[in-house]
Design a protein around this ligand. Structure first.
Ligand SMILES: NC(=O)c1ccc[n+]([C@@H]2O[C@H](COP(=O)([O-])OP(=O)(O)OC[C@H]3O[C@@H](n4cnc5c(N)ncnc54)[C@H](O)[C@@H]3O)[C@@H](O)[C@H]2O)c1
Length: 408
């Protein structure tokens, strides 16, 4: 029976914990550290997580370390700004860690994490499912077969709805570090992985251009004078977008986060509050040490039918398109007119099926000590976070940034 600890037991950590039995393993959660104990209990119940009868609940890492029973693995799923400090505190337990992305939100944190774990015997696996999902693995096989030759350029993109990022805690830049860290961290990881390169330098831009307004930070739709006219309000959601049964239903969705059983979890706030400091679009160009150039552009403005996520890998003999929203690959020859389309079944579990492999890898690490493919140091799980921090810095200073750790 695997004994599991959870630090920051919200939606993501409870989801990962609930997957620990998908291969037939037995597990139970024996210790939880969360500043919101009722919320974490509700999340675990919602996700069907197996919780030990005598599971302990603590509000901070020190008491978690002092009072937790022996554990086989610990899942870290707090807000992003706490990941580094918590992981560095837990390192001394020498228990395998599963850490959510981004693993850090600024240079000081990412260097602290790197220096703490670079020679540590504590395995630490980063939650980077896009790298492991069947679509990316199939793309890897095609690239490694030599079909597209040497990868020279990668052009990645994500256009996706911003509602969740602008109405929940993700809107708080102090908690997330902004949208390069929150979203591009996944895409940059799989692109570096497939391009087989180490990032050396980056330049970037970011801006907020769509989610712009004059509302107070804590404004909610129910008391807003613009609720009948705003593009982010309940009337628009019901009448124009067709995404609710009624105005009341739309208002409830826009003001409340509930479990699937309808239980209240927390409030949702105005998407166009004036002090939201995260960006709704950003782009970066990364130079790899092998000369490959990776461009990634993302926005949280496109929605519904306008969403897309993927990349084109341009090689010396051909190109490969990867499309996550449709689960497809398209190989196009640069030698002749060959075009081959692939449809890849992601299978069950979230993140295009990538969470299946992440969980298998974490279980293996807990049982054998073997490092996972997205290990922080040995698996380069830290590199996309470092790149995203450098990209934000470049966007905010207008300068090219070297991508390197400060060794201690
Ligand atoms: N790998 C992925 O694809 C993926 C997907 C979604 C979220 N995430 C990441 O998972 C993390 C959590 O996201 P979520 O959607 O589960 O959020 P959430 O709000 O549902 O959960 C966060 C939990 O952590 C607790 N918490 C936060 N900071 C804490 C602290 N310092 N001490 C104690 N408790 C603390 C909160 O009370 C809450 O219960 C984020 O870092 C997010 O970026 C990753």
């Amino acid at each position: 029976m695997l004994k599991i600890g959870i630090v920051g037991c919200g939606l993501q950590a409870a989801t990962i914990a609930s997957y620990l039995s998908v291969y037939g393993d037995e597990y139970e959660v024996v210790a939880v550290m969360d500043m919101n104990v009722p919320g974490s209990k509700a999340r675990m119940a919602q996700k069907g997580v197996k919780v030990a009868e005598n599971c302990i609940y603590t509000p901070d890492v020190a008491s978690f370390i002092a009072s937790a029973p022996k554990m086989d693995g610990i899942i870290i799923g707090t807000y992003c700004a706490s990941h580094t400090d918590i992981a560095c505190e837990l390192e001394k337990l020498h228990v395998p860690l599963y850490i959510e992305k981004p693993v850090a939100i600024d240079f000081a944190q990412v260097n602290k994490l790197y220096n703490t774990f670079k020679n540590s015997s504590t395995p630490i696996q980063v939650s980077l499912p896009m790298r492991l999902c069947p679509l990316t693995q199939e793309a890897k096989k095609i690239i490694e077969s030599g079909k597209i030759g040497k990868v020279c350029q990668v052009v990645g993109f994500e256009d996706t709805d911003g509602e969740v990022y602008f109405t929940t805690w993700f809107r708080d830049a102090d908690k997330t570090g902004g949208m390069f860290m929150q979203k591009a961290v996944h895409d940059i990881d799989y692109m570096l992985y497939l391009a087989k390169t180490v990032p050396a330098e980056v330049c970037a831009m970011r801006a907020k251009i769509h989610y712009v307004g004059d509302k107070a930070y804590e404004q909610t739709c129910d008391s807003c004078p613009d609720r009948y006219t705003c593009q982010h309000g309940p009337t628009f959601r019901f009448n124009e977008r067709g995404m609710a049964e009624s105005y009341e239903d739309a208002l409830d969705h826009l003001t409340t986060i509930r479990t699937p059983d309808g239980e209240f979890l927390r409030k949702r706030l105005c998407a166009v509050s004036k002090d939201i400091a995260i960006e709704d679009m950003g782009s970066c160009i990364i130079k790899g040490t092998n000369g490959v150039q990776i461009t990634h552009t993302q926005n949280f403005i496109a929605s519904c039918g306008a969403c897309r996520r993927g990349a084109r890998f341009v090689g010396s003999l051909g190109s490969l398109d990867i499309d996550f929203n449709h689960g497809t690959l398209c190989y196009m020859s640069s030698v002749n007119m060959d075009i081959v389309n692939y449809k890849v079944n992601g299978g069950k579990l979230s993140h295009y099926g990538g969470d299946r492999q992440l969980v298998a890898s974490f279980i293996r690490t807990m049982r054998t000590g073997e490092r996972g493919i997205t290990d922080l140091i040995k698996g380069d799980g830290i590199m996309s976070t470092l790149t995203c921090i450098a990209a934000r810095e470049s966007a905010d200073t207008g300068k090219f940034m070297k991508i390197a750790f400060t060794e201690e």
